[in-house]
Design a protein around this ligand. Structure first.
Ligand code: SF4
Ligand code: SF4
Ligand code: SF4
Length: 269
């Protein structure tokens, strides 16, 4: 980790050089950056934006200080890209569920080789690159900062970018989001017999969806404090089929669940 005081290191060169790269994603999180209109010009005034994949067809420049990465790693080419970004940048920021947990592309991770064989019958188009099972960026490189959710919150991004530029702390909460939800005095969905993944999801969004009357679908990723067995028991007690809980978890957490199952299998061997 070498993200401290990038701004002061860059004083001689005036402003930190930032690149924004996209891997397997819908570009929605890059688009969210543009939605912070009120602060965008202020932020752009603090950085030297060298490359933004959403609006550029140029290749990545050779030098930069901060690399912002959106999207899951799904090809050998993407592995090379993230390794190059890590090697050159002083700070790496992963944005959005695709980059942080594998996100929606991660839903194809289970049985990936069979899926590819079944879809392309051995003739993968060259435009797909050399495909591999979708994984989060942090499976391949060290990530200094994360901006979670699908899509990211624009202001979260600006806050984290400021942390990267000026070396202030950005410590992620490990807890699940139920505490944040209860502080907003929301009635728990389980009281209505409705599935809500906030029970096991990392507190990163202030219970955004539940505050708006919608159950959480887990886009911030599993909390390190998540107790899946206890969550399944809660489902059963509330009349929610625990299999639905397991299915819902796959949407944003499949890569993490596969990695956890692999680790448990290796430990048992
Ligand atoms: S996290 Fe969601 S909005 Fe962002 S790139 Fe992935 S799919 Fe799109
Ligand atoms: S399970 Fe969902 S609705 Fe219930 S407290 Fe947790 S976040 Fe709120
Ligand atoms: S409430 Fe859940 S689904 Fe909604 S943004 Fe937060 S983590 Fe994502």
């Amino acid at each position: 980790m070498n993200a401290t005081l990038i701004a002061s290191e860059c004083e001689a060169r005036t402003q930190p050089r930032v690149v924004v790269a996209g891997l397997a994603s819908c570009f929605g999180c890059q688009l969210q950056i543009t939605n912070a209109e009120a602060h965008l010009l202020e932020v752009l005034g603090q950085i030297d934006l060298r490359y933004w994949q959403l609006v550029s067809s140029e290749p990545l420049p050779d030098e930069y200080d901060v690399a912002v990465i959106e999207g899951a790693v799904t090809t050998d080419e993407a592995v090379r890209t993230v390794r190059e970004l890590r090697a050159k940048a002083k700070a790496v920021i992963a944005i959005g569920a695709c980059a942080v947990t594998g996100g929606v592309p991660g839903m194809a991770a289970a049985g990936f080789d069979d899926r590819v064989a079944g879809t392309f019958a051995g003739a993968v188009p060259s435009a797909c690159g050399t495909m591999r099972a979708p994984k989060p960026v942090s499976d391949y490189i060290d990530v200094d900062f994360t901006v979670r959710c699908c899509p990211i919150d624009s202001y979260d991004f600006i806050r984290v970018l400021q942390s990267a530029l000026y070396g202030s702390n950005h410590i992620e909460a490990d807890r699940t989001m139920c505490g944040d939800c209860k502080r907003r005095e929301n009635e728990c969905f389980y009281k209505q017999g409705t599935l809500c993944l906030g029970l096991v999801t990392r507190a990163a969004c202030g219970a955004r969806c539940v505050n708006l009357g919608r159950p959480c679908n887990g886009c911030a990723g599993l909390s390190p404090d998540a107790n899946l067995e206890a969550a399944r028991a809660t489902c059963t007690a509330a009349g929610v089929d625990p299999n639905r809980f397991d299915e819902a978890l796959q949407m944003f957490n499949q890569a993490a669940l596969i990695a956890a199952a692999d680790a448990a299998r290796k430990e048992a061997e």
